[in-house]
Design a binder for this molecule. Structure first.
Ligand SMILES: Cc1cc2nc3c(=O)[nH]c(=O)nc-3n(C[C@H](O)[C@H](O)[C@H](O)COP(=O)(O)OP(=O)(O)OC[C@H]3O[C@@H](n4cnc5c(N)ncnc54)[C@H](O)[C@@H]3O)c2cc1C
Length: 437
């Protein structure tokens, strides 16, 4: 840590965790002219972090307005694809918007997080890597500092940005231990391939990229999705599946990933690639109903630590960055007013409530529980039926079409009783009306 801090061991704000949430909070505070230290346990920012790969540009722009000029962007996502898999076939819905090709981009956390911290340091953030925060220091029930593996440090405000398993939020009893039904386990491989081959296989030109979300097939009706994202000269492939489902069905995620990789619709993308890395990480899945109290005297919780993730739209990093920015702005107001109590820090919650983050999480609050109660239907049976339908539609083999469609329809109702279909319809209506409410 810098000499200035170690002399007094007291600074305006301490931010714990140099992920997207922490760095955004820290840079906001430094821009406001206050002293802030960003504490990270990893040897460099991003060294301990993993995610799928796509970041929405709006959030990156809000924190780093000129990020497109020099940030380590792998590729902008020009093509969004949704792949419905069955055992031997696939149906792809592909979306491209030629006026909005920079709406989202793929980045590798080890490079992106490191770049973000370097930018933050340029703007005056003190950065303390390889520093493990063991616990918060409390005085008269208020958070006043941190105990690290090096020594104790004090601040008027501590921002907790330590990720999905936030031990610090648990210490404050703002969060309980994670329940398996409220998290997904993500596993991912990065596979090296020459840029030219990636462009050929994914139908891309120049530095444009593609995102593929994978439904059904090898995922065996589990509550989860797979993904493929194109980097510059590698491809990220992985999946995120409910931890509860994996536990109950005793399925090993890396075996599932192997099955996904060997599906003909997927194998063709990664053939002859060289495995660069394998990683695993938890994803908050509980949504609105699992958000803890977001502040207490002297502290605020941001990003994954606050369970701010919208899994339906793959939004985690952007929520982390914007929640970090709100916490940073709140800290500046609190320092201005010399008031670090809950009464002041509740401004952070107000900012979140008035923003797309809590509005969207509220809109989607029942989606996970509704979908998880009908997982086999929505993530297995219907995708397989869509493929079967197109199988009939695209086959001319001298057999009468009508007989095939009659058989398809009979099979459809034999395997899904009216009661099951009714439950699916109710779930569908709940989803639509829940979202429209
Ligand atoms: C498989 C997978 C796929 C995903 N795909 C996407 C995607 O495509 N797009 C998207 O937007 N989001 C995605 N996400 C979610 C996204 O990664 C998170 O929402 C986001 O990283 C949250 O940022 P954060 O700063 O809150 O936490 P993190 O990124 O987890 O950062 C927390 C930081 O705190 C540090 N830390 C933790 N404890 C301590 C301690 N005690 N002392 C010091 N430092 C500590 C950690 O080392 C880490 O650097 C995905 C996640 C997973 C797992």
């Amino acid at each position: 840590m810098s000499e200035e801090i170690s002399e007094k061991n007291k600074i305006d704000v301490i931010v714990v965790g140099a992920g997207p949430a922490g760095v955004s909070a820290a840079i906001t505070i430094a821009r406001g002219g206050k002293k802030v230290v960003l504490v990270e346990r990893g040897s460099f920012a991003g060294s301990k972090n993993m995610y799928g790969g796509v970041i929405y540009s709006h959030a990156a722009k809000e924190i780093f307005p000129n990020f497109e000029d020099n940030a380590p962007i792998e590729r902008f996502v020009a093509s969004h694809n949704y792949v419905l898999l069955s055992e031997n076939s696939s149906t792809i819905i592909s979306y491209e918007n030629y006026e909005q090709e920079k709406n989202a981009f793929v980045a590798i956390r080890a490079k992106w997080d490191k770049w973000c911290v370097e930018e933050a340091m340029k703007e005056g953030v003190y950065y303390a890597p390889e520093t493990l925060v063991k616990e918060l220091i409390l005085k008269d029930g208020k958070v006043v500092g941190i105990t690290t593996d090096i020594e104790d440090y004090y601040a008027d405000i501590v921002i907790i940005a330590d990720g999905v398993n936030s031990l610090l939020a648990k210490q404050l009893r703002l969060r309980e231990n994670i329940k398996p039904k409220n998290v997904a386990l993500g596993v991912k491989e990065v596979i090296k391939l020459p840029a030219e081959i990636i462009n050929n296989r994914f139908g891309l030109t120049n530095e444009k990229g593609a995102a593929y979300e994978l439904v059904g097939g090898p995922l065996e009706g589990l509550f989860g999705l797979g993904f493929i994202y194109t980097n510059k000269d590698s491809v990220s492939i992985g999946l995120g599946v409910s931890l509860e489902d994996l536990k109950n069905k005793k399925i090993k995620p890396y075996e599932l990933l192997e099955k996904l990789k060997s599906h003909p619709a997927i194998a063709k993308f990664i053939e002859d690639g060289e495995l660069l890395e394998y990683s695993a990480h938890l994803i908050p899945e509980g949504g609105y109903n699992c958000i803890p109290k977001l502040y207490t005297d002297g502290a605020m919780i941001v990003g994954d630590a606050a369970m701010l993730v919208n899994n339906v739209h793959f939004e985690g990093t952007n929520f982390a960055m914007i929640s970090g920015k709100f916490a940073g702005e709140t800290a500046l107001e609190a320092l201005e007013n010399n008031d670090f109590s809950s009464n002041m820090l509740c401004l952070y919650k107000k900012k979140l409530t008035n923003s797309f983050i809590l509005k969207d999480l509220k809109t989607y609050k029942d989606v996970i529980s509704v979908l998880s109660s009908r997982t086999d239907s929505f993530l297995n049976y219907y995708p397989s039926k869509v493929n079967e339908f197109f199988g009939i539609f695209t086959t001319a083999d001298g057999q009468e079409k009508r007989a095939k469609f009659v058989k398809f329809t009979k099979d459809f109702f034999r395997k899904r009783s009216l009661a099951e279909l009714f439950k699916d319809a109710i779930a569908g209506i709940k989803l639509v009306f829940g979202i429209l409410k």
